[in-house]
Design a protein around this ligand. Structure first.
Ligand code: IVH
Length: 675
């Protein structure tokens, strides 16, 4: 036998825990710390382990989930769980209100209105204030017994907060998953390679219908009450709104957005207000529900077939639709990120016609098993870009084909790289790619890069749109006439900008490297590269091994540098910049490089060098481990050019081969001869 005082302590602890549970999960206004809650919880656990007779299914300690079941038992609903008539237009709402007024012979009707939750309906039974069972809606007459799973819902009261609860009462409402819990669940599923859910409703349904309640317990399901079913021994209030207020007093979660409104104007204003805030709500809704507020009037109106005459669901345009994926195109973003985009057979979603939807990245396409030609489910929420959520595999045509990520950029033809550990493929055409132009220029002229005062986003937009500037090197070719022709450009600002551009030519090697906007090369890395490699020629010639001798440069940075310099367009821009006169004071190297930067490199010499003869230059190259070839080919690493260069020079330019002046060549050699 449990001593009376122990039983009383246990009962009061349960009550207290329910109270704080409600403060925390429903009102989002905890009154005690988590530690204090845990202390009370353990106190109850202690009592229950000392007196196991105290353990009851509704104890807060039992929410972690009970026994696994083989199937869900069928449950006959004592009163059927009806569906609602739907309206998709204001005209239908006007007709609904008119019918009711005529039937009741009343000039104006008061309505209780609330969101239409996009989850799954359940019926909960409380006897003498205790939760005894809960079932899904099923076909409205027979549902499934999910009592054990419902006990794990932290927001669902296991006992009514009342000293004189009804003998029996049915509470109806919707089980759903909050958007943030849905996002977290899918992220976790993704991390462990599990199946992701298409939307919060599917996630809620899948979680509530788990045979193992302990799984349900981990899913953080939520609940909103919206109606009272049969009741016994309850002094029922006279309105829907009061009934809801009673449920709130008993600790049931209710939508804060519920309201009482007058007449059809009130209904439509409410619909518009909720449509407006829909995306900010922490849960998905698919419309609003209107109910005649007076319960007596509800009874008078009664039912027609399977739906009440006193209520109406005014639905928002569906946010999901199925359509055919015609093709997958690849878009290049401002940062060079490649996004596969689905071109769709036009389909209305959420009130607009959708023709494109994002597929995020290559991995997502594989994971969702999306193929070109598939029937896909497309979702659009608010202003966000529509996305392909899943494939209707059953409808898959035999002609589908796989998507292959292109190996070159669809905009600039530069190579596409996908660095290890990254989901996103990128265009390496940084300085050249039209898609990245504005971003590259903005970065190039920024304060910590070339520091071109006055060259901001708006001006860059104008310059690029007017086709005056395609890449950073073009900035150095701008003249007064070009600038003054731009809209809102005064003489003074044009001159100021030209001066700023001119000044920026005198820079530092570190700033120059940083200005190139190479992925993973921030300000500090640029400084390190400048200090340790000393010259542009060294930087261009460095292989992965040499790059990794620079502090903080690992494989990722090294690969990114190599990719960048492997693009001939990028080298072309670099050449043009130095040709335009961008220069910097020589960097003193901290210690000589032990390896020759030109070891194994192939040179071609053209034109007359200012001081060295061709023979002398050749000797220098060979002494440092390089080779000299007679003509420019794919194997050429450097062209050493003097005055009046021949066709080799132009060929090198078109092939994007690094062109060195004699002075740069000497710098390159001195980089390792300093030992
Ligand atoms: S009242 C007699 N209110 O809509 C009226 N239903 O088509 C009973 N639903 O399966 C329903 N939000 O799950 C009502 N605020 C709300 C609702 C709501 C969602 C669902 C409910 C039912 C369906 C009816």
């Amino acid at each position: 036998m449990v001593p009376a005082d122990i039983a009383a302590s246990a009962a009061s602890l349960r009550k207290l825990l329910e109270y704080h549970n409600h403060r925390y999960y429903v009102l989002d206004a905890p009154q005690i710390s988590d530690a204090e809650y845990d202390r009370l919880f353990r106190e109850l656990q202690d009592l229950e382990s000392r007196y196991p007779e105290l353990i009851m299914p509704n104890s807060p300690t039992q929410r972690v989930g009970g026994e696994i079941v083989a199937t869900f038992e069928p449950v006959n609903h004592r009163s059927p769980m009806l569906s609602l008539n739907n309206a998709f237009s204001e005209a239908e709402v006007v007709a609904f209100d008119k019918r009711i007024r005529e039937q009741l012979n009343l000039p104006q009707i008061e309505y209780a209105v609330e969101p239409k939750f996009d989850g799954l309906a359940v019926n909960l039974v409380y006897e003498n204030g205790q939760f005894v069972s809960g079932a899904t809606r099923g076909d409205g007459y027979v549902g499934e017994d999910v009592t054990a799973n419902l006990r794990t819902l932290p927001a669902l009261p296991m006992m009514l907060a009342s000293d004189c609860p009804p003998a029996r009462i049915e509470v109806r409402g919707e089980v759903l998953m909050l958007k943030r819990d849905f996002a977290a669940l899918n992220a976790a599923q993704r991390a462990k390679g599990g199946k992701e859910f298409a939307n919060p409703r599917n996630a809620a349904a899948g979680s509530l219908r788990q045979l193992n309640p302990q799984v349900t317990a981990t899913r953080r399901l939520y609940f909103f009450a919206y109606a009272v079913g049969l009741s016994e021994g309850w002094a029922s209030p006279t309105t829907q709104a009061e009934a809801m207020a009673q449920l709130a007093d008993w600790y049931f979660p209710l939508a804060a957005e519920r309201q009482v409104v007058e007449g059809v104007e009130g209904l439509l204003a409410y619909y518009r207000r909720i449509a407006e805030i829909r995306d900010e709500l922490p849960f998905d809704i698919d419309g609003v529900v209107y109910k005649v507020n007076e319960l007596d009037l509800q009874r008078l109106l009664g039912f027609v077939s399977r739906a009440p005459r006193f209520a109406l669901a005014h639905k928002f345009p569906a946010q999901e639709a199925t359509t055919q994926l015609i093709d997958i195109e690849v878009q290049v973003g401002r940062t060079g990120a490649l996004t596969p985009v689905a071109r769709l057979a036009p389909v209305p979603v959420g009130g607009v016609i959708v023709t494109y939807a994002t597929l995020h990245n290559e991995d997502e396409i594989r994971r969702k098993d999306i193929k070109i030609g598939d029937w896909v489910n497309v979702r659009r929420a608010g202003d966000v870009i529509p996305e392909v959520v899943s494939v209707a595999v059953m409808k898959r045509p035999a002609t589908v084909r796989d998507f292959v990520m292109p190996s070159v950029c669809p905009v600039c033809s530069a190579h596409i790289e996908r660095l290890p550990g990254e989901a996103v493929a990128r265009c390496t055409g940084g300085l050249f790619c039209a898609a990245q132009r504005k971003q590259a220029l903005l970065h190039f002229s920024s304060r910590k890069a070339m520091n071109i005062d006055g060259l901001g986003e708006k001006l860059i937009d104008q310059l690029v749109d007017a086709e005056l500037v395609h890449n950073p090197a073009d900035l150095y070719r701008l003249d007064f006439q070009d600038l003054i022709a731009l809209e809102r450009m005064a003489e003074k600002s044009a001159n100021n900008l030209l001066t700023a551009i001119h000044h920026s030519k005198q820079t530092s090697f570190a700033r120059f490297i940083y200005a190139l906007g190479i992925r993973h090369v921030g300000e500090q890395t640029a400084k390190d590269l400048a200090r340790h490699l000393g010259t542009l020629a060294n930087l261009l010639a460095a292989d992965e091994q040499i790059l990794q001798t620079v502090p903080e440069v690992g494989t990722v940075v090294a690969k990114s540098l190599l990719h960048f310099f492997a693009e001939r367009h990028n080298l072309d821009v670099i050449n043009k910049l130095t040709e335009a006169g961008v220069s910097w004071p020589a960097v003193t190297l901290p210690a000589a490089n032990s390896t020759s930067p030109i070891q194994g490199k192939v040179f071609v010499i053209t034109g007359t060098l200012p001081t060295l003869s061709r023979e002398e230059a050749k000797a220098e190259i060979e002494a440092a481990g390089g080779k000299v070839a007679g003509s420019v080919s794919k194997k050429t690493d450097f062209v050493l050019a003097g005055t009046d260069p021949g066709s080799k020079f132009t060929k090198a330019q078109t092939m994007g081969i690094i062109i060195l002046q004699e002075a740069q060549f000497m710098e390159l050699l001195s980089g390792y001869q300093g030992e």
